[in-house]
Ligand binder design. Structure first.
Ligand code: ADP
Length: 481
């Protein structure tokens, strides 16, 4: 059944039509054969009944004169009729009076009862006929047992003819159905192929052929209407996309221009601020060297404050300058990040041993990037991990890396003071600090620098932390720089 469901509509239609034709012809053949055989049998029965009538008439004198020999002689005339197998004349009391058996045929005892007639073996080939002999009163009965001569041959002929008719009608049905069903299957196939084409080429401007006024035509019209709608929607979507792309491009260009303007401003401002600051620092230094003896305690305190602020401002301006220089003319080459880590560790050697820091790391990869920037990134993260330590716990930093196919995922995990979840994003913004400078010194540019470096390396940076439970800084670096 499943196989039938999986065959094409064309084949299905042919099978259905052939099966219908086969059934119709079979039923017709059956009825015709049945009727013809019946007619044949009725004719035979009638013939034998006439014979029984003649015998009955001729047997009247023999019965009246009780002359069975004359009756048997008369019965011998049945030899001329090969369909008669046995014949018996019964007397008035139903006793056998005279009999005839066809040569080679077994004797058959007759009573002439209805039951006997019914039970004649194979009623389609053999039958029994009884005829009452009457002359004023019933003198006896003629019983004839006969066969339908040539019945098997006739049946065989009929079957052969029926088979031939069946074959011929199947061949004609196949031919006719093949021609007629084309108007259905070819159009359906056309629709199917068009659908495939639309799906394969993703081309909604194609249309199905529409002709006729039947269900397939309705289907094709509805299908084309659907394609119309999809095409319209696709066009609208394309236009909207193009419009959006244009707007995004304009916005990006605007943003880039504003960004550049801002960066230029930051650079110029920090650069120009250096000069007066240097003068302030110099004069403050001169004041301290030459006149600090002439100042009272309050004067010296003010001078110290002035020099500390100038120093802090210098640090801020330097960091800002470096921040605004990031990415400018940066050289990209193969960088061994394991080597970068070692250099940063030796750079921070004093802080590391002072704080008793343990640093562990898995083997780190060689990747494309800017060495100076990556060093800066590692240094900022490592020095933060040490700086934001718990006072009574020796700092431990674990660095791991995971190859994610087209990028590397680095993790710097520390056991420091941790960060409250609500500040997880804010800390990457310039000058955003969570602590007062006397608690933990710093300018608040370190993580903003890290983010800019990671972005320049087509990556992302984020932190996972809980207050009091250490922090893990994750960042990715693209392999396709
Ligand atoms: P800075 O270190 O100069 O304060 P950063 O931009 O490097 O500036 O860091 C911003 C803030 O993020 C820090 O002030 C600190 O509150 C928090 N922070 C950074 N790294 C860590 C860390 N490893 N553990 C806890 N807090 C951190």
């Amino acid at each position: 059944m499943l196989e039938f469901e999986n065959t094409s509509i064309r084949k299905k239609l042919i099978i259905i039509q052939l099966a219908t034709a086969l059934l119709a012809v079979l039923i017709c053949c059956f009825f015709f054969v049945y009727r013809d055989i019946r007619t044949f049998k009725d004719a035979e029965v009638r013939t034998n009944y006439s014979i029984a009538q003649v015998i009955g008439f001729n047997a009247i004198p023999a019965l009246e004169f009780m002359d069975p020999e004359a009756a048997e002689k008369m019965l011998l005339s049945l030899q001329n009729n090969p369909s008669v197998l046995n014949a018996v004349i019964l007397d008035q009391k139903g006793r056998e009076f005279a009999r005839y058996d066809r040569t080679g045929e077994e004797a058959f005892s007759f009573t002439g009862s209805e039951e006997e007639k019914e039970n004649t073996n194979n009623p389609w080939e053999k039958f029994i006929i009884t005829y009452p002999i009457v002359d004023k009163e019933q003198l006896g009965t003629v019983v004839i047992r006969a066969e339908l001569t040539g019945f098997r041959q006739i049946l065989l002929d009929y079957l052969i003819i029926a088979g031939l008719i069946l074959l011929a009608s199947l061949a004609i049905a196949l031919l006719v159905s093949n021609i007629l069903q084309r108007s259905i299957t070819q159009r359906l196939l056309g629709l199917v192929n068009r659908t495939k084409e639309v799906a394969d080429k993703n081309d909604y401007s194609l249309r199905a052929k529409e002709y006729g006024n039947d269900e397939i035509a309705t289907l094709a019209t509805a299908y084309n209407r659907m394609l119309d709608q999809i095409e319209r929607m696709q066009k609208a979507l394309k236009n909207a996309n193009a419009d959006l792309e244009k707007r995004v491009k304009i916005r990006t260009a605007e943003l880039e221009a504003a960004n550049q303007e801002l960066e230029r401003f930051v650079y110029v401002a920090s650069h120009d601020l250096q000069e007066p600051l240097r003068t302030i620092s110099n004069y403050a230094g001169l004041l301290q060297d030459k006149y600090s003896g002439g100042l009272d305690a309050t004067g010296n305190k003010y001078l110290g404050s002035l020099m500390r602020s100038a120093g802090r401002m210098r640090a801020l301006i330097n960091d800002l300058l470096e921040f605004s220089r990031l990415g400018k003319n940066a050289e990209i080459k193969d960088v061994d990040t394991g080597h970068v880590l070692q250099e940063v560790i030796s750079l921070l050697d004093a802080v590391i041993s002072e704080n008793g820091v343990t640093i562990t790391s898995t083997s780190l990869p060689v990747l494309k990037g800017n060495e100076v920037e990556l060093k800066q990134l590692f240094q900022n993260l490592l020095s933060n991990a040490i700086k934001f330590r718990k006072p009574d716990v020796a700092p431990e930093v674990n660095i791991t890396v995971e190859d994610r196919g087209n990028e590397y995922l680095f993790a710097f995990k520390d056991n420091g003071i941790g960060i409250e979840p609500e500040y997880k994003e804010r800390i990457f913004i310039v000058f955003q600090r969570l602590h007062a400078k006397h608690e933990y010194p710093g300018t608040g540019i370190g993580l903003a620098t890290c983010q800019k470096i990671v972005t320049l390396h087509k990556g992302k940076i984020w932190v996972d932390s809980q207050l009091g439970n250490g922090s893990t800084f994750y960042f990715t670096l693209s392999k396709n720089l």
